[in-house]
Design a protein around this ligand. Structure first.
Ligand code: FE2
Ligand code: FE2
Length: 160
């Protein structure tokens, strides 16, 4: 698996969680805390690991400036919405509202990544390096989810 496939898998996981939550909201059923926490954990760790492993490197490459500025801005808007949801966890209506906004933002962001950023990434680096990045992103996500600090990519860079 390479980093492009890994990122798309993460996007699918998050989309599936949104669908699950939406069907509960549609039936006016409460959203279990565990489901909300899973969504937030998956999404936050994806954003952070993606920035750390992929965006940090793309910022050093030519032709990614605009995409990276837009991407980071969207990540911070998404993170802000996540914070707001966490602060309103006691009100189903407020959460449902914010979740709608969050889903819209995430869907827009995913579309840009999958149609513009990732195809460019795929042709930028060799297959072996793209696979190495997938391993780094998995490690980074795991570290983030367990709350452990992980080394920045500069410290663990391998020659390519
Ligand atoms: Fe992403
Ligand atoms: Fe992203």
């Amino acid at each position: 698996m390479d980093i492009v496939e890994l990122i798309k898998d993460d996007h699918k996981t998050v989309d599936g969680l949104f669908q699950e939550i939406n069907s509960l909201v549609d039936n006016r059923e409460p959203i279990p805390d565990e489901l909300l926490i899973t969504l937030i954990t998956e999404l936050s760790s994806h954003l952070e690991a993606e920035e750390k492993v992929l965006y940090a490197r793309l910022k050093e490459e030519k032709g990614f400036t605009e995409l990276m500025e837009e991407g980071v801005e969207e990540h911070s808007e998404i993170s802000q919405l996540i914070d707001e949801i966490q602060n309103h966890r006691d009100s189903l209506e407020a959460v449902a509202d914010k979740l709608n906004d969050l889903q819209d933002q995430v869907e827009h962001h995913v579309e840009v990544e999958e149609s513009e950023t990732l195809p460019k990434v795929k042709s930028l680096w060799a297959a072996e390096f793209l696979e190495q990045l997938a391993e780094e992103m998995k490690d980074a996500k795991r570290d983030i989810q367990s709350g452990a600090p992980s080394p920045s990519h500069q410290e663990r860079d391998i020659h390519y």
